[in-house]
Structure formats: C-alpha cells, structure tokens
Design a protein around this ligand. Structure first.
Ligand SMILES: [Zn+2]
Length: 236
C-alpha cells in the first residue's frame, strides 16, 4: 500500500485529457492536498474531440467547456486553478505532436517549480493519447526523483501485453482513499459533465461508462513505480 506521506512535493500530475487525473488518482491527489503538498496539474490535450458531431459543442467550444470542468474538478481535489497549466494540444493526436516542441512546453511549465513527485498515466494505459503522453515525458523522467504511473482504463480495456513486463522491473502499489477522499474524488469526476451525458446532440459522442466511474471511485487506485524506489513509498 502506497503511503502518501512518503511522497515529497512539489507534486505534478499530468492528464492527457481533462478527467484522467480525477479518474486515475483523484483519491491520492485529495490525500496529498490534505497533507499540504504543493500540487500542480498539467493538461496535455484540449479534450475537444469527444463529441465530433455536436452542433452545440463544436471543438473549440467543447475545449473551453472541458477546461472549465478540469479546473472545477481539480478544485474539488484541493488543487487551485492557478496551479494548473493547459498545453491545449490536439485531442486524439498527441502521438503526432512534435516531441521537441512538447518537451519544450513541458520544461517551460515546470521551470518555476520542478516536480519531486510526478504522477503520469501508465505507459501502456489503453488509450493512444495516454501512451503518447508517456512517450513525450520519457526523456525527462530521469530528472524526477519519484515517478508514479497511474492507471485509467487498464481494468476495462487492457490486453495482457499492456501490463508490466518483468524486464521493466516495476512494482505495483495501491492507494485506498478514505471515505471522505472517495467523496471528493466522486465530486471531481462529477464536474466533467460533458463526459457524463450533458451533450445530447451527438449520438456517437463519448460518455464515461457508469460502471467504470463506480470502479474508479470505490476500488483502490493502482500505480506502477520503479522497483528500486517502491519500498521507500510504502508504509512499514
Ligand atoms: Zn484520457
């Protein structure tokens, strides 16, 4: 079991889309904010591709809506809006963004306060943007003392090859949020109304499945970390 007291600040959490941080590690973020850790959030894409056929929420309007939802969700977890940075990259197309320019943007975001702890989506989380996100960060990871890869879609969508491999030398750690932390996580997820059925003019638009949300709130959060640091992060 992961002990949040052992994670030093500043903490940076990276979300490929608005809502990933709430779904994947909202309980841990809530615990870290209770501990008074300095937390920053970095949003990679604008989230504007979830409802491509909506006339009421065309891409740029949807991106604005989702940025507002993201900041409200972070607020529910104790992360202030001024501690958040959005890169506004193309939703669904992160893999085609220039690695050099993305790396430059990340370094600029970090420049005032670089992470001691980094919460990043699992390198093979089953979503192309989540995997691309990890690839963009890979060259920077050696600079960060503690890197925890959080999981979003692994239980619902994974193939066996998506899980850690022995040669990667990773350990699996779980965090069980308290009831009040679960409540704040659920409140943060609920802020993402555009992903929960609010947009009703696109029959092919994305809706977070209710059973996935229930699982994300109720079950322990799952992280993968380097086996060389895992023992430092667990309670004795
Ligand atoms: Zn996502």
């Amino acid at each position: 079991m992961l002990d949040p007291q052992r994670l030093p600040g500043p903490v940076w959490v990276v979300a490929p889309h608005p809502d990933d941080e709430a779904l994947g590690c909202g309980g841990l973020l809530s615990a870290l904010s209770e501990l008074g850790r300095e937390i920053h959030a970095l949003l990679m894409t604008d989230g504007g591709a979830s409802h491509p056929n909506s006339a009421r929420f065309p891409g740029p309007i949807l991106a604005q809506q989702r940025l507002g939802e993201w900041r409200s969700g972070l607020g529910a977890l104790g992360v202030a809006a001024q501690q958040s940075v959005s890169l506004g990259l193309a939703d669904g197309d992160l893999i085609r963004c220039s690695p050099l320019s993305v790396r430059h943007a990340i370094e600029q975001a970090w420049a005032p306060t670089s992470p001691a702890t980094l919460l990043l989506p699992w390198r093979r989380d089953p979503h192309t943007d989540h995997r691309a996100c990890w690839l963009h960060f890979e060259p920077l990871l050696a600079q960060v003392p503690y890197v925890l890869e959080y999981t979003v879609w692994l239980p619902e969508r994974s193939q066996p090859a998506d899980w850690p491999r022995p040669e990667e030398q990773l350990s699996e750690l779980f965090f069980q949020p308290t009831t009040s932390q679960q409540d704040r996580k659920a409140a943060a997820i609920a802020m993402h109304r555009s992903q929960l059925g609010m947009i009703d003019d696109d029959p092919f638009g994305f809706v977070l499945p209710d059973d996935m949300v229930q699982r994300a709130v109720k079950e322990p959060e799952r992280f993968f970390v380097s086996s060389t640091v895992a023992h430092v992060l667990t309670a004795p």
